[in-house]
Design a protein around this ligand. Structure first.
Ligand code: GLC
Length: 732
């Protein structure tokens, strides 16, 4: 049998990589129905495969395994699969979401950098590191548009805007997949969660989504469409129901849009048992029905649940399931494996230790962290700190948390982290750093995860304040490092309140009473509400969960070696009561007005956000001229002069927004259509230009046609989504 398998394998490897379709169909023609259903099944990758798993692999009963395991474990299961009758190699996946051996800032932070090139470089490092230990496929990028920060998975995506999320998603895919999927240091990307998962009602994870088709196409599908165009290898179907039809059984999104309209030829994997969960959705009667609905809708591979393997053959024999859907699914899976070079002897992982981070990869992670930081407030230039500042009190629950600064879904090891405390001590020396956690909280390793998280979020324990006040009293300046633990955001981490957890506001108030300069550094996986505390601090630097180098990045930013340049990829509300609140909203018939009670506003707080999308300060200042628009061909050149009017050379993320004043479907008051990170010396003026094409102004109309309608437009070249002097133009 081994000889036969060896001969078959030899045959596969003899044909050139280029004629993949022939090789796919040749191999498909040899497969039994059971072997086809095997390819459509994915299970977890154990560190030690048991006899049952090894025997199933030798029968070709799995197409893929996923999880974090040693190179040895990967080699073991791969060898077992190659001993099957046809020797079809496994595709091995894992959640490399923001970094592998070298941790990277959480994706929401990466989006705040508005620097796709740097994000791509980060993904390239993750691909090199993970492929070198035998990984073929990562379940990333996550591109769920999120307009609700109660939803914990906002941390994993690129925020609220489809244009920014598309740019970041494409950059990440290009980083992972390199110039060719068959390169040994490329890994297949997987766009998730297809689609609309971030629209979960009430910000509750896994909850229902109700998305009109026009909104689905104009906003939620956009990043997926961009990555499909960029050649992404796979997508993952989501947990949520879209308008009552689960995403993992939704023929409209999975077949009509993805295959018929976009011509996508890659593979679709379900999310964790999301096919089987269609029973709980009330959409499938039982496992067989779930398999039937998911396979015919277009989920090619079932993750963890086993309905495909259990019921697929019976469904075909009973004539309920047309075998062409199975062949279609298996073609997509085999095509992906051929594209990856798995049949052409893609080098087996050398069972080495995972490649630890190097000084170069950590330097990139630090730069990405620095560019992700958003300076929200800086009164009277309290930042940057002077080197001869004297003593610094470093206080707060996130000042020395090497694991938490990595954020949710971290792959990297906390041992590679340098915390703000250790970075500050290295810079100033121990004697000049007075440290106190301020919030006494110890993770109970024996306690359940949920209990720890709830305790941190609801703690009333102020017993740490005494030491904190003592430290602050002896210092010349206080730096508070506040925010969320890594697991306060991410999967299954929705919060009904998005305030600073526990007694952090009380800590700020107690420290502020001392009258010392106070700087707030906030680590979080989502926008938080902290209006009163922000008012008590001279400066606020939002650092997301910045990865292993968050400490040095924060300290170098506080002292001005690095100048903050990040911009918000998501709106920060004043109150959780304003949610959903996002910048690309419609005008309504009664836009909020101070002078008219009967307009769209609240009795108790302003309708405007605490900090708007695209906002972020610098240690210098920039002014923008009025926006100019000049027709070029059938498009437009939109430009403005930007001047660095401060005393420091710095980067500025210049943004382009447009608005169509009248259309057959009311258009958002602003939509991001471009951005450029520019470096300006102190005093320098540059003309920043954007090319806008007619098709950049298209939207899905009432007839569900993607059209650019003639009409009057405004455009802003601006520092954020609420500033700038508009230019006007007409599209004929
Ligand atoms: C999880 C997540 C998904 C992840 C998958 C595998 O439930 O929803 O993002 O890739 O399962 O871990």
């Amino acid at each position: 049998m081994i000889v036969l398998a060896g001969l078959i394998l030899a045959l596969h490897t003899s044909l050139p990589q280029t004629d993949i379709e022939t090789r796919v169909n040749q191999l498909l023609g040899k497969m039994t129905l059971e072997e086809k259903l095997g390819q459509m099944s994915q299970s977890g990758l154990p560190e030690h495969a048991d006899a049952r798993m090894l025997s199933d692999l030798k029968k070709g009963m799995y197409g893929s395994l996923y999880g974090s395991a040693s190179p040895r474990a990967r080699a073991e299961v791969e060898a077992a699969a190659r001993r099957s009758r046809l020797g079809i190699p496994l595709i091995l996946g894992d959640d490399v979401i923001h970094g592998f051996a070298t941790g990277l800032p959480i994706p929401l932070g990466q989006a705040a950098s508005f620097d796709p090139d740097l994000v791509q470089a980060g993904a390239r490092i993750s691909a090199r590191e993970s492929s070198s230990v035998g990984l073929h496929w990562t379940f990333s990028p996550m591109m769920d548009i999120a307009r609700d920060p109660r939803w914990g998975r906002i941390a994993e995506g690129y925020g609220e805007d489809p244009y920014l999320a598309s740019a970041m998603g494409v950059a990440t895919v290009e980083g992972y997949q390199g110039s060719s999927l068959s390169n040994p240091d490329s890994i297949a990307a997987c766009g998730k969660h297809y689609v609309g998962y971030g629209a979960a009602e009430a910000g509750r994870d896994y909850n229902s989504t109700w998305i009109p088709e026009g909104l689905l196409r104009d906003v939620y599908l956009k990043p997926f469409q961009a990555t499909a165009k960029a050649g992404i290898a796979s997508f993952m179907s989501a947990f949520n129901a879209i308008n009552g039809v689960p995403a993992s059984g939704n023929a409209f999104t999975l077949r009509q849009v993805l295959r018929n309209e976009w011509g996508f030829k890659g593979m679709v994997v379900s999310d964790f048992e999301s096919t089987h969960e269609m029973i709980a959705h009330g959409y499938a009667a039982d496992g067989a029905d779930a398999a039937l609905k998911a396979i015919t809708a277009g989920v090619n591979m079932e993750m963890i649940s086993t309905d495909y393997r259990k019921y697929g053959a019976e469904l075909v024999r009973e004539g309920k399931l047309d075998p062409k859907y199975i062949d279609d699914a298996v073609r997509n899976i085999l095509r992906t494996k051929f594209r990856l070079g798995l049949f052409d002897g893609r080098p087996q992982p050398i069972p080495a230790n995972p490649p630890g981070p190097t000084p170069e990869t950590l330097a990139l992670s630090k730069k990405l962290a620095e560019e992700s930081f958003v300076l929200l407030k800086n009164e009277n230039g309290v930042l940057p700190l002077r080197s001869d500042i004297g003593k610094v009190a470093l206080i707060g629950p996130l000042a020395d948390k090497p694991n938490d600064q990595l954020g949710s879904w971290a792959h990297a090891n906390g041992k590679t982290s340098i915390t703000p405390l250790s970075a500050l001590r290295s810079r100033l020396g121990e004697s000049r750093v007075l440290y106190a956690p301020g919030v006494n909280f110890a993770w109970d390793e024996n306690g359940p995860w949920e209990e720890n998280i709830t305790r941190f979020l609801t703690s009333k324990d102020e017993s740490g304040f005494g030491d904190a006040l003592k430290a602050a009293q002896q210092a010349d300046v206080v730096v508070l490092v506040l925010g969320e633990l890594a697991d306060d955001s991410g999967e299954a981490s929705s919060r009904s309140s998005i305030d600073l957890p526990g007694v952090q506001n009380e800590l700020v108030a107690a420290i502020a009473k001392l009258g010392k300069p106070v700087i707030g550094v906030i680590m979080a996986g989502r926008p938080l509400t902290f209006h009163d505390s922000a008012a008590k601090m001279g400066a606020v630097l939002y650092t997301w969960h910045g990865g292993p180098m968050a400490g040095p990045a924060i300290v170098e930013t506080l002292f001005g070696d690095s100048i903050p340049s990040g911009k918000l990829p998501v709106t920060f509300p004043r109150s959780v009561g304003q949610i959903p609140l996002y910048y690309d909203h419609l005008s309504t018939g009664r836009p909020a007005s101070e002078d008219d009670h009967y307009t769209s506003k609240y009795l108790d707080i302003p309708v405007t956000p605490e900090y708007p999308f695209g906002y972020g300060l610098s240690y210098t200042t920039f002014t923008y001229s009025a926006t100019r628009v000049s027709p070029i061909g059938d498009g437009f050149e939109i430009s403005a002069e930007v001047t660095n009017t401060g005393s420091r050379d710095a980067d500025e993320v210049v943004q382009l927004y447009t608005h169509q004043r009248v259309a057959t479907v009311a258009r958002p008051v602003r939509e991001l259509k471009g951005f450029k990170r520019v470096h300006l010396k102190a005093g320098e003026t540059a003309t920043i230009k954007f090319d806008l094409k007619r098709e950049d102004l298209a939207f899905w109309n009432q007839q569900m046609k993607f059209v650019t309608e003639p009409g009057e437009f405004e455009a802003w070249v601006a520092p954020d989504s609420v500033s700038g002097v508009a230019g006007r133009f007409t599209v004929k």
